[in-house]
Design a protein around this ligand. Sequence first.
Ligand code: 6PG
Length: 251
Amino acid sequence: MTGNGNRQIVTIADPAALATAAAERVMNRIAANSGRVAICLTGGSSPKQLYQLLATDAYRSRIPWERVHWFIGDERFVPAGDPLNNMAMARATFLDRCAPAANIHPIPTATADPADPDRSAALYEQELRSFYGTDTLGQARPLFDLVLMGVGPDGHTASLFPGYPAVEETARWVVGVPKANVEPFVPRVTLTLPTLASCREMLFEIAGPGKRTILKRALAGENLPANRARSIGETIWLVDRAALPEDFRGQ
Ligand code: 6PG
C-alpha cells in the first residue's frame, strides 16, 4: 500500500480479489455505524462483481438491510430499465432482491425531461438534503458512510468530465450535465465534488489493462476530476495488477 496525501493506492491481484476487498470494506463501513448507513453507489462496469458478491448469501446475510440506504453518484438519461441506467444495474444485480424499496434512492431521470437535467439534479439534491437533515454539509458529520467511484478513460469520475463546469461547482450538491464526454453520449446528472467528498470513505475500483493509460496520468498527478475527488475521511484506490502502469509495479 502506498500513500499520497490522504489517498491510498492498494494493489490487488485481479478483479475477483478486488471485488472481495471492496465487499469487505463495504461490510466494515456498515459495521462501524450502528445507526442509519448511507452508501453512494457508482455506475460503469467496474462495480458489477462487487454488487454480485453483495447479493450472495455470504454477504447478504450479514447486511442489516433495514438500516442501509443506497444512493447513486451519477445517472444517465436512459430509460429506468435500460442496463445503461446506473441504478438499474445496481437494482438488477442486488438491490431489488435485498434492500427495502424505501432505502433505494435513484436519481429521477425516467420521468424527467432529458433537455433539462438540472431539474432532475435539483430533485435529487432536495432528496439528499432532506436525508441529511440540514442544508450545509458539515465536516464532523459526513453525508455518506461510503462513496464508491470509478475512473473513466478521460479521467472522469461520476459524471464529472475534464474541463466541464460541473467539476468546479461548489454550491450545488447535484448538477445536470447536458452532454457526456464518453459513451453513452446522453445527458447526465452528477453529484458534485464537495457532495461526494462528504463521506467517511471514498473507494475507487480500477481494474484491467484498459485503465493503465489513464491510471498512469492520474498517478503522475494530472489535474483530472478523478484526482480531485477526495473524501474528507479516507480515499482509497483499489487497483488490480493489470491496470497498474509499469513504473508503479513493485511499489
Ligand atoms: C458512469 C460512471 C462513471 C464510471 C467510469 C468508469 O455513469 O459512467 O459512474 O464515472 O465509474 O466511467 O466506468 P467503468 O467501470 O465502466 O470503467
